[in-house]
Design a protein around this ligand. Sequence first.
Ligand SMILES: Cc1ncc(COP(=O)(O)OP(=O)(O)O)c(N)n1
Ligand SMILES: Cc1nc(C(=O)O)sc1CCOP(=O)(O)O
Ligand SMILES: [Mg+2]
Length: 492
Amino acid sequence: MKKVLTIAGSDSGGGAGIQADLKTFSAFGVYGMSVITAVTSQNTLGVSGFRAMPAEFVGQQMSDVLSDIGADATKTGMLANADIICEVAEKIREFKHENLVVDPVMVATSGDRLMEPEAEKALKDKLLPLALVVTPNIAEAEVLSGIRIANREDVEKAAQIIYGWGPKGVIIKGGHLSGEAIDYYYDGKEIYEYRSPRVDTKNTHGTGCTFSAALAACLALGMPLKKAIPIAKDYLYLALLNADSLGAGHGPTNHLAGYFDHSTKAIRPAKGLPAAKTENNSRKLTGRKLYVITGQEFAKGRPVTEVVSQALAGGAGIIQLREKKWTTRQLVEVGRELQRLARENNALFIVNDRIDVALAVDADGVHLGQDDMPVRMARRVIGPDMILGISAETVEEALTAEKEGADYIGFGPVFHTDTKPDAGTARGLELLAQVKKAVSIPVYGIGGIKLDNAAEVLSAGADGVAVITAVVGADDITLAAQKFIHIMEGGR
Ligand SMILES: Cc1ncc(COP(=O)(O)OP(=O)(O)O)c(N)n1
Ligand SMILES: Cc1nc(C(=O)O)sc1CCOP(=O)(O)O
Ligand SMILES: [Mg+2]
C-alpha cells in the first residue's frame, strides 16, 4: 500500500483535521498515518479551545513513523505555532521528504484562529520552501501574499508572490469567491484553472483539509500534480454533494460518499469511488493499429470465438465484443472466453455498450456512445484503470469526452457504412484530422474502412482503424487482418 502521513490537529467534531485526513486517505485506498500537533475542542459551531503539543514531541512522532514505516507523501494542516513549524520543517529535511503538501491552516471555517499570527513568518521561511505545493484558500492566500484578492488578476498576483516563498507550486482555492468553484494552480510559469459546479451547502467544515489530504493521497499513488488536482477536486465535490447536516453549524463533508449510499443504505463497491482515468490507460493502446469489432451476422456462420481467434492470429491488437441482439448470459459467457483469448495474444478486450458485462468478465475496457452513460459517471463506475472508449463525430464531442475521462475516441463514420444503420452520413478525413489535432488521446477511425482506404485514415492522423466487415466478413480473416497491419505499417 502507498503510505501517507498527515501532520495536523485533531478535530473532536471529526469533520476536519486529522480525522478528515484519515477518512480521505482510506477513501483513496492509501495507508494513513497521523502526527498530532494539537488537540482542538470543537464542533460544527466553532472551536472552543486547543492545546498544542510540545514541538519536540511532534518531532518524535515524525521520527518514529518516518524511520520505520516511511511515507510516499505527507501533508501538513494545523501547525499551531512557530516552534512546531520549525520542528516539522527540520524533520522533513532530515527525511528528505519531497511529496509535501502544505495546507496553510490559519483560521477555521467558523472564523476561529488555529495558528498564532507570529508563526506566519516561520511558515514562509521554513516550511514553504520544502513544499511541493501549498494550498491556501483566498483568506490564507491574502495573508501569505499580503494583497487583497477580489478577482482572477489578484489571484495571479498572489500566487506569484506565494511562489516566491519557495514552494514548487501554489493552488489558490477559489471556493470562497462567488460563482463556479474555481481553483487556480500556478507552477511558476502558468496559471491553470480547475472548475467544478458550486455545491449549495452549509456543510463545508473541513473542505481545505479534505482537499489537501486527497491531493497527498493522489501524489502517493504516483500521479503528477496536474492530474491529482482534478481528482482531489472531484472527490471533494462528491463529499460536499453527499454531506449530511450533522450538528447545528457547518457540518462535515461526506468523506466516504463513494462507498456508502445513504439513500439506499447500500455499501457501494470500491469501483463506485470517484475516479479519474490513469495516464496509463491511453498508453496501453500505443502501437495497436488494428481494432476488430465482432458482428455475428457478418461472420458467414463462423462463431464469434473463431472469428476473434483468427483476427488475433492476424495481429489485431484490440478486440471489441459488439453483439446487439445477444442476451446478457451470452455476452458474459463469450466475453469471458474472448478476454482469455485476448490476454493469451497480448491484445486488449473491450466490451461495447455494456459496463456491467465489461466488469463481470474483467474486460480491459468498455466502449460507449453518445447516448450511453455519461462519461464521468461511467468513469466512476468502472474505476480509474479500465479503458474507456467514447464515440464522437465532432471535435466538440471528442474534446468533452477527453475532458471527462475517455481514454480513446472512436471517430466515425469516416466513410459510408451499411454495417451500422444509425451511423449517419460519412464525416470524412478532414474532420478526422481536426479531431486528432484537438485531443491528445488516441483516435480510431471507424465506419466503411477497407484495405483500400485504411492508409488514408492513418495519414489523416488516426492512431488506428476499427473495422467490422472488412475483417469479420473476410473469407480469410487472418489474412485480412495481416493485410490491414501491413498497409498501416506503410506497406502497399
Ligand atoms: C471503436 C468504436 N468506435 C465507435 C463505436 C460506435 O459506438 P456507438 O456510437 O455506441 O454505437 P454502437 O457500436 O453501440 O452501435 C464502436 N462500437 N467502437
Ligand atoms: C460500429 C460502428 N460505429 C460506427 C460509428 O460511426 O460510430 S460505424 C460502425 C460500423 C463499422 O463497421 P464497418 O467496418 O463494417 O463499416
Ligand atoms: Mg453504443
